[in-house]
Design a protein around this ligand. Structure first.
Ligand code: FAD
Ligand code: SF4
Length: 331
């Protein structure tokens, strides 16, 4: 691996200032993604800014309005085990527990998780085949290559990769907000706007400025979702990224759906909300198989599978149906 130095900013403002003065530096939290990317020479920062000692960023706290704040430095395993998270937002705990391995979850942070980069094999290949995300303008090896695990929504000819984070899918369904420290102060980014589609600039995964620091993720009180579920479909039952995944929250009234929120992973460059299905579901009973399938199908009319992943279109709809039923069956 290339040589690098480590610096330790004392507070958030210093961290942002140090990064601004040295744009080629990189924040490091758990290091479970960044170090792999450095070993594969995807990124070669000469300076790492170790943010682990920054104060007040590792907690899980209830906000005055009843919402929940997950510190950017909170570890995945601590958030998954938190009693409030498990009781009020089981979809988060499940998404985390189905991610990576126990050892990784003990190291990996919430901020690092939603910033992790795609698992497209071409992007991570140390021999650097054409990849617009890694080397803008070089081409996309996956577009007509090995694209079984790639996108069916929102892709462009420049990049067909998917976002690998399980947690991000749950946070998208819960309408969370990413709290960010910039040079001009702290502000929030709605989760739906945080990750981006590739368009002509696939080198960007998010709207976060290169010198901006994630301080926390806020989950609104009204997202209180005990009837929620995260379903992950993958090639093996542990230690594997999703082929498709679903975060579902459901409210029932007299045994019929009053409202539902649905987000998918493994299908796009960003967590993908199924807004058309969400609008069509209210009024349906969870036992109405045909009605549910029809409503879910409305979000798949614009699916555009690639040569090797047409199977995802049917698999994804079945996964949504099952996740919805499991969530709705919860008290
Ligand atoms: C073998 C393996 C299997 C995995 N399986 C899964 C899985 O099934 N599901 C899943 O969701 N994930 C999985 N992961 C990914 C893992 O969850 C991420 O590597 C981890 O969450 C990243 O967190 P970290 O704290 O280690 O981030 P780091 O590696 O420290 O950082 C990752 C990126 O985030 C940036 N960053 C970190 N913190 C901040 C911040 N506060 N503000 C701004 N930028 C920041 C860094 O600069 C870097 O670019 C797997 C990883 C491995 C190695
Ligand atoms: S899909 Fe995206 S990440 Fe993968 S090779 Fe193409 S440009 Fe690179």
């Amino acid at each position: 691996m290339h040589p690098f130095v480590i610096a330790t900013p004392a507070n958030r403002v210093d961290a942002v200032a140090m990064h601004w003065l040295d744009p080629a530096a990189a924040f490091i939290a758990g290091g479970t993604d960044l170090i792999g990317l450095m070993k594969d020479r995807v990124t070669t920062p000469a300076r790492l800014l170790d943010i682990n000692a920054l104060p007040s960023m590792a907690g899980i706290e209830t906000l005055p309005d009843g919402g929940l704040r997950l510190g950017a430095l909170a570890r995945m395993s601590d958030v998954a085990a938190d009693p409030q998270v498990r009781r009020r937002f089981p979809v988060i705990a499940e998404a985390l527990l189905l991610s990576a391995s126990g050892q990784l979850r003990n190291m990996a942070s919430i901020g690092g998780n939603i910033m992790q980069r795609t698992r497209c094999a071409y992007f991570r290949d140390a021999d650097a085949p054409p990849c617009n995300k890694r080397q803008p303008g070089s081409g996309c090896s996956a577009l007509h290559g090995l694209n079984r695990n790639h996108a069916i929504f929102g892709w462009s000819d420049t990049c067909v990769a998917v976002n690998p984070s399980d947690l991000a899918v749950a946070l998208a369904a819960l309408d969370a907000t990413v709290r960010v420290q910039g040079r001009r102060g702290e502000y929030g980014i709605p989760f739906a706007d945080f990750h981006v589609v590739p368009g002509d600039t696939p080198e960007h995964d998010t709207v976060l400025g290169s010198d901006e620091l994630i301080t926390a993720v806020d989950i609104p009180a009204e997202a209180d979702a005990p009837a929620s579920h995260y379903l992950k479909v993958r090639d093996r039952q542990s230690y594997e990224f999703a082929i498709v995944s679903v975060a579902a929250t459901v409210r029932l009234k007299r045994r019929r759906i009053a409202s539902a929120r649905l987000a998918m992973g493994g299908v796009a460059h960003k967590p993908w909300r199924l807004f058309a299905a969400e609008q069509a579901l209210p009024g349906l009973a969870l036992s109405d198989n045909e009605g549910l399938r029809e409503a879910i199908g409305r979000s798949f009319v614009d699916a555009k599978p690639l040569a090797r992943n047409a199977f995802k279109v049917e698999l994804a709809q079945r996964a949504v149906l099952r996740a919805l039923r499991t969530a709705g069956a919860r008290p």
